[in-house]
Design a protein around this ligand. Structure first.
Ligand SMILES: [Zn+2]
Ligand SMILES: [Zn+2]
Length: 153
């Protein structure tokens, strides 16, 4: 497990410029999305992830690091928060956010504040559709009940 003072930590400290807002601006290569790159064990890795692991600890499984400062080239572990990918997309900071966050549901209802339902798993649902599904479900249930009642006669 990486800990304080590892070679990675030293390499990171040697590759940054500390900005006025506290961001550790990566001074080496950036990838097309604007994230810092670092070579670790002959692999090209994202510098902010390596920085987090070097100064804080392992990133929990399945979690991604969200830049609280919205500066992708920043590798300051204090500006990084492990979140679920869903949460990261919801915050609109991931590169795929623009594609994932649609303004309308599949049925074309707008995702306004009032029309958006956030399920516990972070999944977004359209309230209008939910209402329609519920109504349809009720209708089917009534029909089945009636059918059953008829069969009993
Ligand atoms: Zn920052
Ligand atoms: Zn809808």
């Amino acid at each position: 497990m990486a800990k304080h003072g590892t070679p990675h930590a030293d390499r990171i400290k040697a590759s940054i410029l500390i900005l006025d807002n506290g961001c550790w601006q990566w001074q080496n290569a950036l990838d097309p999305a604007g994230y810092g790159r670092i070579n670790v064990r002959n692999r090209n890795a994202r510098a902010h992830r390596i920085s987090y692991e070097a100064f804080v600890g392992p990133i929990p499984d399945g979690l991604t690091l969200d830049h609280l400062c919205k500066n992708r080239a920043c590798v300051n572990p204090a500006h990084l928060e492990p979140v679920t990918l869903v949460e990261n997309i919801r915050r609109g900071t991931s590169p795929s956010a623009k594609n994932t966050v649609k303004t309308h549901c599949l049925q074309g209802h707008e995702f306004t504040e009032a029309n958006t339902y956030w399920a516990k798993n972070g999944y977004r649902q359209c309230r209008t559709c939910r209402r329609q599904y519920a109504r349809r479900y009720e209708a089917t249930r009534c029909r089945t009940r009636r059918k059953r009642a008829m069969m009993r006669k």
